[in-house]
Design a protein around this ligand. Sequence first.
Ligand code: HEC
Length: 149
Amino acid sequence: MKRVILAGLFWAATMGGAAADGAQVFDNGCAFCHQEGGVGVAGQFPRLSGRVGVIASQPQGKALLPKILLNGMSGRITVDGQAILGIMPAFDSLSDEDIASVLSYLSGLEHAPVEFGADEIKQARAQPRLSPTEVAAQRDQLSAAKIVP
Ligand code: HEC
């Protein structure tokens, strides 16, 4: 019984920590472009709020997100009906934990949160490196398949 309570407390503590860290990683490294709360700038920086959760709810979309963070992305995309031709820098210097927590945090903005684990990021990091345009080509396919809104 005591074990169960302790496990519950540990879970609550680590979950709380993960959420707080994700917001902090975002505010420190991403909000400069994607804006506070991930609302984006039309035609310049894609809105992430209400979109990352949708992307992450499908396995192929969930697999794409760590690739964007680890390799960066550059190509013409359309978000909210506006074309964006920008460069998303690679954030491969962030730890697996930081990338997992920032993606978990973003998925929960205006959407039911989807949990990313550090192990998923570790696996993505072990894959061959992609160029930012290769990542954009993969995103294109998922956009055509309506996995990326
Ligand atoms: C220097 C500006 C800049 C910073 C800093 C930045 N991004 Fe981006 N991000 C962009 C741009 C521009 C794009 C779109 C790239 C394109 O047009 O191919 C993008 C795309 C994305 C996408 C894909 C959105 C989609 O619709 O496919 C995600 C997810 C993302 N960024 C997350 C993050 C996270 C998380 C951070 C912080 C760790 C971050 N970005 C930091 C500029 C930035």
